[in-house]
Design a protein around this ligand. Structure first.
Ligand SMILES: [Zn+2]
Length: 273
């Protein structure tokens, strides 16, 4: 996936390939200026947005793989937010907590079943109740496996339903996490800070936030009062009056067009000169 950046030297567009680390060391092909673009976006968001774009572009089967990967990475995000939140509550050192978390995650990194186990315990400890969403039916596991492992060609309506289920689940858990999601965000900021500190003299650092299906809500942050009428359907405790399909359809209508930013040239209004 590529996205447009604006060279700080000549203000011309330079397309960058989205990096797994969300850190992009770039050299402008027009003027030779070196700069580094940090994108404040988590893996699960990038994957879900990729799935949404694939769906909108008519690649239903490819979309399923991205949505499934987004859910797995969101489970990791949840575990990280929980573990770092606990460490913060215990007034622990953030760097040490992060190192212990990274070391622990290495034991489960290559097996998604183990990661689901981590999530189940994290949810139980944080919410004090069973993670009722972990049933194969609630996760759409059978559908995902048929598509990914057995080459099943899904109909668009089936993919819409799967996307809606994944979206609603992530949306619900993000709402439950609320401000605690910031703990996981802080770990990305720390990775950014380490890279920033090692940048050579004269390299410009640029921090960006890209619009996305989840980013518009900025996780636990309440939507602004002028948000669309759909937002008022959400009650204070996060329970939604809308069903999964309606929630996803509404998000798609409101935020789907924002994803086109990756296809078009950036607006000249945002660049100097
Ligand atoms: Zn340039």
């Amino acid at each position: 996936m590529h996205f447009p950046t604006v060279c700080p030297g000549c203000a011309r567009e330079v397309r960058a390939e989205f990096a797994d680390s969300a850190i992009h060391d770039l050299t402008c092909p027009h003027c030779g200026t070196r700069y580094c673009v940090f994108v404040r976006k988590h893996k699960f968001e990038v994957l879900f947005d990729l799935g949404t774009r694939a769906l909108l572009d008519g690649y239903a089967r490819e979309a399923v793989a991205s949505f499934a990967a987004a859910l797995e990475r969101f489970f990791e995000f949840y575990v990280r937010a929980f573990a770092l939140e606990r460490a913060a509550d215990a007034a622990g050192d953030f760097g040490e907590a992060l190192a212990a978390l990274d070391g622990t995650w290495r034991h489960v990194a290559s097996q998604s079943e183990r990661q689901v186990g981590m999530l189940a315990l994290a949810y139980l400890l944080r919410e004090g109740r069973e993670p009722d969403f972990l049933t194969p039916k609630a996760l759409g596991a059978d559908f995902r496996n048929r598509v990914i492992h057995r080459g099943y060609l899904p109909r668009r309506a089936e993919v819409d339903a799967y996307a809606a289920r994944v979206f609603a689940l992530i949306d619900r858990l993000l709402t439950e996490l609320g401000g605690s999601a910031a703990h996981a965000e802080l770990s990305q900021e720390q990775a950014f800070a380490a890279h920033l500190a090692a940048l050579p003299e004269g390299v410009t650092a640029i921090f960006e936030e890209h619009p996305g299906m989840f980013r518009a809500r900025r996780f636990g942050t309440a939507p602004p009062a002028k948000a669309g009428p759909g937002m008022t359907a959400r009650s204070v405790n996060g329970a939604s009056a809308l069903n999964d399909a309606q929630t996803f359809a509404r998000a798609l209508a409101e935020r789907g067009p924002l994803l086109d930013v990756f296809k078009r040239r950036p607006s000249p209004a945002g660049s100097p000169g």
